[in-house]
Ligand binder design. Structure first.
Ligand SMILES: [Zn+2]
Length: 240
């Protein structure tokens, strides 16, 4: 793996060649720094481009140490809202997953042990689609607004979003946060359907439904890095 030096510390990055890309682009993933570059750009040029982005790298320094999440293995406890589910892994000819959170179980079957994380994430995404749909229904009346559509994503910089056309989206990773925190993000995005800004009126709507919303956003600010590295980053931190 190539490395770039930052403050005397080697930061490894994963280089991906992309024939359609015209620039060197850096993104943060749960596995660390990923660099995509045009196919024909020599390695040394790519390296120089990465090294020249020192300010960007320093700003994200706390996330740059590649997280080495523990491999997801049979019998492991994975965070799910306020509780946990037990991961079951077995080999089988075709990749599949069955997620029954109410029974505390996530069963994955795959011919390739390296695909376990991908299948687990897919199962969480599917569960998130249903959970956020119900949450939006629950809170829509209190807020007086209904989203045009609900998407499930894995955005790099935020946990939820709301567009001017009324589409809201949420990160599937919120299903590993305490339910009050995930619900707060739902309320936050639905409140944007009423006020598409962070004005005092917007916060008034949020507070009318979630008087303790500051604790919820504080949890995300303090433990966002853990969410990024989960599942496999150990038990869910508690508080604030
Ligand atoms: Zn907002």
């Amino acid at each position: 793996m190539p490395e770039v030096m930052l403050d005397g510390r080697p930061i490894p990055y994963r280089l991906v060649r992309n024939p359609r890309s015209r620039h060197v682009r850096m993104t943060l993933t749960p596995e660390g720094l990923r660099v995509s570059a045009p196919s024909r750009l020599p390695d040394c040029e790519v390296h120089r481009a990465v090294a020249s982005k020192e300010r960007w790298l320093l700003r994200h320094a706390d996330k740059l140490v590649p997280a080495t999440p523990a491999p997801l293995v049979d019998g492991m406890a994975l965070p799910f809202l306020d509780g946990e589910v037990e991961l079951g892994v077995c080999s089988g000819p075709r990749a599949s997953a069955s997620f029954t959170p109410q029974e505390g179980r996530l069963r994955v079957r795959t011919p390739d042990p390296l695909r376990v994380r991908e299948l687990v994430e897919r199962a969480y995404r599917d569960a998130a689609r249903e959970w956020f749909r119900l949450q939006c229904e629950d809170h829509a009346r209190a807020i007086g607004a209904r989203p045009a559509s609900i998407g499930i994503r894995d955005p790099r910089t935020r946990w939820g979003s709301c567009s001017s056309s009324g589409a809201v989206s949420f990160s599937w990773r919120l299903l590993m946060a305490p339910s009050r925190v995930a619900e707060y993000v739902v309320v936050h995005e639905l409140a944007h359907l009423v006020h598409l800004d962070h004005s005092p009126e917007f916060w008034g709507v949020v507070a009318s439904v979630r008087p303790g919303h500051r604790h919820d956003s504080a949890w995300l600010a303090d433990h966002g890095a853990w969410l990024w590295r989960s599942p496999g980053a150990g038990p869910r931190p508690s508080g604030p």
